[in-house]
Design a protein around this ligand. Sequence first.
Ligand code: 4AD
Ligand code: MG
Length: 477
Amino acid sequence: MKSYSIKELLEKQPVGEPVEVNGWVKTFRSNRFIALNDGSTIHNVQCVVDFENLDESILKQISTGAALKISGTLEESQGKGQSVEIQATDVFVHGTADPETYPIQPKKHSLEFLREKAHLRVRTNTFSAVMRVRSALSFAIHSYFQQNGFYYMHAPIITGSDAEGAGEMFRVTTLDDKNPPVDEQGKVDYSEDFFGKETNLTVSGQLEAETYAMALGKVYTFGPTFRAENSNTSRHLAEFWMIEPEVAFNDLDANMDLAEDFIKWITQYVLDNCADDLDFLEKRLLDEEKSKPQNERSEMTLTEKLKFVVENNFKRVSYTEAIDILRDSKPNKKKKFQYAIDEWGADLQSEHERFLVEKHFKCPVILFDYPANIKAFYMRLNEDGKTVRAMDVLFPGIGEIVGGSQREERLDVLEQKIEDLGIDKKELWWYLDLRRFGTATHSGFGLGFERMVQFATGMGNIRDVIPYPRTPQNAEF
Ligand code: 4AD
Ligand code: MG
């Protein structure tokens, strides 16, 4: 007897043949119909048990969540909603799930409730679909870069420098945190720490990726990054995954081209390879939209949004042009922006970004040439002396999905910047070496993986697109 995954079984449909499947019970109706799912697909297989010939003790053990092995013959189904079903001849119970205490019942659970059950929520249709799309997207990302001559680089997780200079780092230490050794000035003495210095979890693999790009040409990282920013929003995690390509000899224009081509390609990959899950997630979203007032409902379905990104050019707008647009705009007739944008030099808030994308241009936008003083130290200063070659890609429903730049390749300019910002130059000696030995124009960007998964699945909260979200006051699992 051949054992199948449910996906394989439903694709091949070996009608008339003996088959075996393993999975978890979704529903059990009329003591006769088991909907079984094994996670290989959003679809269940219906198994029909001959309860008159099935041991009563086994029948009693079948309930939602129980793990079963079912053997029987695959037959064409008379029932609605499926073309084949298994006429079961044997049911083996791997493990039961007590209906009194099993939290995932065959009814609609709220996403908030399921967040408290992060270890079991992937057994629901919504989370299994999201996590399959997440997996497909990871594969697409590697495929894109590998097909385009990039090398995958593993950036370190523990670092001695702050790549973004934003000071939002998680300390890594082996010192006694209640009673650390202190020096004569009363400051913590890190010489006794494991690494003999202050270290943190990385906020970005960019600086190390730059060193590799300046040898291998085209590289990308894809790994976890950590930020101790206290943002309790639907777009921020304390632990998130970032994809950071870095390319020697690319200027900002080439960097924008790469970001656009890359995002379009991985989006098309999801459209081509995740049809069943997208279909389910789209229906889920339509259901959710029904509870919103008419004017807040999305004009496009999930699939339409993905196709729109693939088929349309991203609008490229300088920061200065964007400020002019925002200065003359209101998000709607009655309301002003919560944060006014009157002056050149102000940082954009997410309400401004979303206005540009969703109301003004109505397409993905790449903003570039930001004021130097609101961006990180490593960005290439423009000839005007006040803007840098930065770029942010802004997406509908998400806001900033990518942040990147052309890097400052001139040693003197970079050293001056580091000094002006009061960053410890000693920590960056190796980074500055790149500008001493064979320096060249180079560029890169970071795509927030979870924000991309949010876009591809239509999930509103970033906590629902990563298996175990890490957010302030929340690391239960
Ligand atoms: O704009 P960011 O901070 O850029 C960098 O870290 C650069 N070093 C990237 C580079 O040039 N190689 O972060 C990049 C992206 C953001 O656009 C956003 O999508 C995501 O990472 N991101 C977060 N995602 C989830 N939770 C957070 N707390 C995030 N912070 C940034
Ligand atoms: Mg950014």
